[in-house]
Ligand binder design. Structure first.
Ligand code: NAP
Length: 297
């Protein structure tokens, strides 16, 4: 019988993509939804605000969350109920039934002051989202070898809305306004999937001496700004450099905590165990541009 994967949050950008990757890798996948019209045999209903019983699984991938920094900042109580209380209730319930639980977390558990943050440095979040994720991480790690955390920096999916909007504007000869003071160390969702499948495989002792629990990290090798991202898009498209008109994120209503100087995370363990290294900025950007609709016709 194939190993069973339950994705909690199958409608999330990352969860939906990971469900497909696990299925391609031979896992039997179910993915929860809180949208009544999406519920069917492979899509059990789950609202983390009021968790209910779920089908058995070997590995549970916790993707659902209030994942926007501003939403957590503006609604700290209701987002805590989802990102911490509901998340840990489901994790404990499933671990109690023998599942291994992998939580998707974030570089926002740190303060963004240092590059390539050590996984063993204590969390030092500066926003509600980061504090909630740090609390959820602690609850997951308390599950011992039944709980693991995968911290991610910015994940670029092929249909990335910002890149698609920029591509459309550039194709029409319109200017775009990337932030010169907002940084990212992006990874592709394919890399996240590769890592998640490796970690999930640990629970079956796929690697000699392998264990499941602990903290894993996945982030780009360097933090660069959104102007650099726009330049790579322009280079793929061809066009006038003047179409890029950088602005400051401080001139928008973006919460201050949404713009840390550093988001990168060290990946020494991932490199040692599986040869998965932090990817180069340009390679990630180009892969996403080429894979999605972001490249203008
Ligand atoms: N995207 C990134 O760059 C990034 C970086 C670091 C970490 N992460 C983490 O990775 C995970 C996935 O991120 P994402 O960008 O794919 O998120 P996303 O696209 O914003 O999706 C979040 C999902 O959570 C679901 N959700 C929200 N409240 C819920 C509730 N009460 N019950 C059940 N489901 C609920 C939403 O359901 P609906 O679709 O029905 O609204 C949505 O599908 C999150 O845990 C996030 O914190 C993401």
């Amino acid at each position: 019988m194939p190993a069973r994967e339950l994705v909690v949050g199958g409608d999330s950008a990352i969860g939906g993509a990971l469900a497909g990757h696990f299925s391609d890798a031979g896992w039997q996948v179910q993915a929860t939804t809180r949208r009544p019209d999406q519920v069917d045999e492979g899509r059990p209903y789950l609202d983390l605000a009021a968790p209910t019983a779920l089908p058995p699984a070997d590995v549970v991938l916790m993707c659902a969350a209030v994942a926007r920094i501003g939403d957590c900042e503006n609604n700290p109580t209701s987002s805590h109920a989802i990102n911490v209380d509901g998340t840990l209730a489901v994790a404990r319930q499933m671990a109690g039934q023998g599942a291994h639980v992998l939580l998707l977390s974030t570089d926002n558990v740190f303060d963004g002051r240092k590059a390539k943050r050590d996984r063993n440095a204590g969390p030092c979040p500066t926003c509600a989202y980061g504090r909630q994720k740090a609390e959820a991480e602690a609850g997951i790690l308390a599950l011992g070898d039944r709980g693991a955390v995968l911290r991610l920096s910015k994940v670029l999916t092929p249909g990335n809305e910002l890149l698609a909007d920029w591509a459309e504007a550039l194709a029409a000869g319109q200017t775009i306004a990337p932030f010169h003071d907002l940084y990212l160390a992006p990874v592709t969702v394919d890399l996240v999937a590769e890592l998640a499948i490796r970690i999930a495989g640990e629970r079956a002792g796929e690697r000699a001496g392998g264990i499941f629990g602990g903290i894993f990290q996945c982030a780009g090798a360097e933090d660069r700004n959104y102007v650099d991202l726009a330049r790579i898009l322009l280079a793929e498209h061809g066009g006038d450099e003047d179409l890029i008109q950088p602005i400051s994120c401080r001139d928008t209503n973006m919460p201050a905590a949404a713009g840390p100087r550093h988001t990168s995370l060290e990946m020494a363990v991932e490199q040692n165990l599986w040869g998965i290294a932090a990817p180069e900025f340009g390679a990630t950007a180009r892969a996403v541009i080429l894979a999605g609709n972001a490249s203008p016709a």
